[in-house]
Ligand binder design. Structure first.
Ligand SMILES: Nc1ncnc2c1ncn2[C@@H]1O[C@H](COP(=O)(O)OP(=O)(O)OP(=O)(O)O)[C@@H](O)[C@H]1O
Ligand SMILES: [Mg+2]
Length: 237
């Protein structure tokens, strides 16, 4: 269980998230929704300690993320993967080097094992024979899949996605949604997805969180969400 207790975050005196309290269940898919600029990506970055809150705590099974020293933070990072909004591949590296990056940075595997793990991760996202290609040679959907392979190559326990389907055509987006579902089930992980995409919500979500006006407006199961006749929630159905 991830427990977010009284977390607040502001930039330059402007409050983005104000005293947020939330529980996120292990091994489920939790989808975070809300209109643009409301603080969804910030919430995701807080959950991964890419940024730190001014107040409150975020506990992973009882351990406060904000209390971790550098060594423990590195250990925590090994357990997490992120698919950034926009993919964020390294343009100067080929597909193999991009996907291998987390393994080379954080682990001490042999070259052979790294190669095997990279090929395996690319297979999971339905990509083969692209190891030597540069990101500039890939379509948007392929880039997304390479980024997805990079986020799973070290077999994380927690996988964070920021807008995994934004900017993709409907067919490619549907493919990515299918991959996210497969990865979630096959790897038995906790998946947390920030999205605007109604299909992402309806196909993937076990639980839904809606951020609105610096607070958590809704947090509950997909069924509660679907059955609610709240006018704000209806905008996302
Ligand atoms: N590093 C930063 N410095 C200052 N302000 C920031 C920073 N990062 C985000 N913000 C501000 O925080 C607010 C929330 O940003 P965030 O990126 O979380 O929005 P979002 O809900 O993910 O939006 P979108 O759906 O458009 O991606 C915005 O007003 C943004 O300008
Ligand atoms: Mg965002």
């Amino acid at each position: 269980m991830i427990k977010i207790n009284g977390v607040s975050k502001s930039f330059n005196g402007q409050t983005i998230l104000d005293n947020i309290n939330l529980n996120i269940k292990d091994k489920k898919i939790t989808v975070i929704i809300g209109k643009s600029g409301v603080g969804k990506s910030i919430l995701l970055k807080l959950l991964n300690k890419l940024i730190v809150a001014e107040e409150g705590s975020i506990e992973y099974n009882g351990t406060n993320l904000f209390d971790l020293n550098l060594r423990d933070l590195i250990e925590f990072r090994k357990k997490t993967g992120i698919l950034f909004q926009g993919g964020a591949l390294f343009d100067s590296m080929n597909v193999f080097q991009n996907v291998a990056f987390p393994l080379v940075e954080h682990f001490k595997f042999s070259e052979e094992t790294i190669h095997q793990k990279v090929v395996e991760a690319l297979k999971m996202v339905d990509l083969e024979n692209v190891l030597e290609k540069m990101p500039s040679e890939l379509s948007g959907g392929m880039k997304k899949r390479v980024a997805l392979a990079r986020s799973i190559v070290h077999k994380p326990e927690y996988l964070f996605y920021d807008e995994p389907t934004t900017g993709l055509d409907p067919i490619t987006a549907a493919n990515i949604i299918k991959l996210i579902k497969n990865i979630h089930n096959e790897m038995n992980i906790t998946s947390i997805i920030v999205t605007h995409d109604r299909d992402c919500v309806s196909i993937l979500a076990d639980d839904i969180i809606m951020v609105y006006n610096k607070k958590i407006y809704f947090s509950g199961s997909c069924t509660d969400f679907v059955e609610s006749d709240d006018i704000m929630l209806k905008l996302f159905k």
